[in-house]
Design a protein. Sequence first.
Lengths: 504, 328
Amino acid sequence: MASRRFSQTGHASLPTIPMSGGIRGTRRVALGFAALLAIAWVVMAFTSQLLRGSGATQATPVMDARVPQGPASASREDATANRPSLLTSALAKMQGTAQSLVGLDSSGLTQRHLSADALQEVLPLLGKAEARLIAIYQLISEGRTREALAKADALVRDHPNFHLAHLVHGDLLSLQTRPVRQLGDVPDTKAEAAASQLAVLRDESSRRLRALTERPPEGSIPTQFLTLSPQSRHAIAIDASRSRLYLFENLASEASSSERERLPRLRLVGDYYISVGLSGIEKTVEGDKRTPLGVYYITSNLNPSNLPDLYGVGALPINYPNALDAQRGKTGSGIWLHGTPSDQFVRAPQASDGCVVLSNPDLERLLSTVQIRTTPVVIAPELHWVKPDALKTDREQFEAALEDWRHAKSRGDLNRLRDFYSVRFQNQGRDLAQWWPRMEDEVRGTGLRELQLKDLSLLRWRDREETMVVTFGEVAAGNTRGMTKRQYWMRERDQWKIFFEGTI
Amino acid sequence: MLGSQMRLMAVALAVLASLSGAPAMAQADEYAEVNRLVRAGQFTEALGKADQYLSAKPRDPQMRFLKGVIQTESGKPSDAIATFSKLTEDYPELPEPYNNLAVLYAGQSQFDKARAALEMAIRTNPSYATAHENLGDVYAKLASQAYSKALQLDAGNAGVAPKLSLIRNLFSTDAKNAQSPTVAAAASPASAPAAAAVVKPLPTPPAAATPTANTDIQNEVQSAVNAWAKAWSSKNMPAYLGAYAAGFTPPGGQSRGAWEADRKARILPRNRIEVNISDLDVKVNGDRATARFRQAYSSDNLNVTSRKSLDLVKSGNRWLILRESTGS
């Protein structure tokens, strides 16, 4: 491998000319620097040519601290302008992968160049530790490696179990004595001893970087959120392919229910790295170590003092398996959003038994922000981002069906009403015939009164079928309060049908 | 144990003149005597001499520095750390005490502290080559530790501690920086004969001389240097000692006889010695020549690389060593 060209400089062969940055030497030293540099760059250029020529995708050029810091500053500007950095090369590689594997077109994300301004917009959304890591990457890309090292020193001091930060720290320390070719340019012996850990950390790094360059356009939302009730002060959407959790604040107010207000208005307030199940996503059976996909709600907030260390500062269980999962015979339980054990600041992109794992500071943000029962959690293999008004047609089409259902129920038309229920209906083991008497009782009890659906939330889920998770308060005319109901609808041959209904 | 890991580097010290002015010959003798005792392994006596001197001149940086070296060499790292720490407080402008603190911290695997000390040394003297080299080693060690943490490898098998260079004298010979005759040659623990006690400026070349014209002469000098290294490697004492001119100035004010005995005591007991010369650069000036090179010394338990410079004189048909000094 070309890396041998840059084999670590051992003690016995350290050249006279001190290699570390910051030296103000004599002219002789400066000339020595220039010569060293020239050699390094020639070798490097050759190396990248070689790699490109052979079709390898990892033509990761050298990051070299000596360029901006050596006394050979005559070449400084040129070198800076052309310098391929750890960050930029990682980005180039990643962006290629992103487009070929996922395709930005369908995700609705826009590619953003990582300018300083763009970063300043994003950094406040990130977890503090990640923001510090990204700031270090930014400094590296600007060739300010001494500052980057100082920040990395502080980051690993504050988060001694942040393994990716240690890797970057190691690179920045190495950079003081030798060129660094790629993220985690560890000696061969270590790379062999811990090949999988190294691959995982590089993966984590590229996922974090991807989340920065592929941004949801301003004001756009994931397509699942057709309508979100003001009762839901916050909403969570997880993009498993990108290891990201997005936390939204719901700007809808209870005061108005005009059409304009029913457009979901969500403001992105948090953007965190997460881990999913060891075996990936699409949980099906208990013990498959996969994270479920679907639309869920947070059901409770577990007291951390009752939890093993594995779960970190707390846990927010979600309602897996939901009615759709049950319908499909999925098994398993205990899917939580939780923190990390004390010896790991973050976990690998795929690490859990199926839970969604956040670093403890990020989970603390969720714990202090979200409400149980009303906070939806969408877990998608990949999120698709659109402007809210792009969802109008779909929403109106579904709302027409819901309005018909409301009419039928208000009029007490049980025959018409029964048409809305699927033959696949299930509620806690009861099929429609077993459950229907309950509906008859309810309609008789209410009498012929107009029903109002308040605080409506419509969360769409599309996979091989199209389903809708509908939550509303059902209030009969003359009453001030009613029951909160949740229905699961499914499109069956162009007809929306209810396959689950219950109160919450 | 620590001592075996240290290599000698002579030090260019710009602050010498401002600090101590022209040291008196008497002082020079005291320093030389302490140095001699250290080289002979007589640490108790050396420490006694140093303390005696310091009772009269408690602030004297050179002797305090020597005391720190004695404490280091005699296996009292805590005392040595205290001595060098106090020196950094009293003379924050001196890089050497920081450097030696770093050596001691590294010996205790406190690499963060070693790094901080070396960064201070470089801040006080940005062109301080020994500190840069030591810092390079410490960075490499810290990088290795960081990678082990990142990859969750057992830090216990992270390998041996880096070998850092202890500075053995505060004011070493360097004609460029010293404005007065400097004293107390640097001495190496196990390897090289060290710098001469007094710097003799090379005679100014005759106007007509073309210093590097004659490559034949350069080749002669190169052969002489290689033969010297070969004799050293093969422990051929007659050939090794014979490479030094009659006018050779032994370091530390030693007599020729004492110096030869010292060399024999250091060379003969080794099972294996390997001396490799690289980057050899020869400048010839009439019947004088200077050979500068990188010397990689390796023996049973020591691996050191240092810059070395030999001043040679033509004597008959041979080139013989007049002066030997270490450092860049």
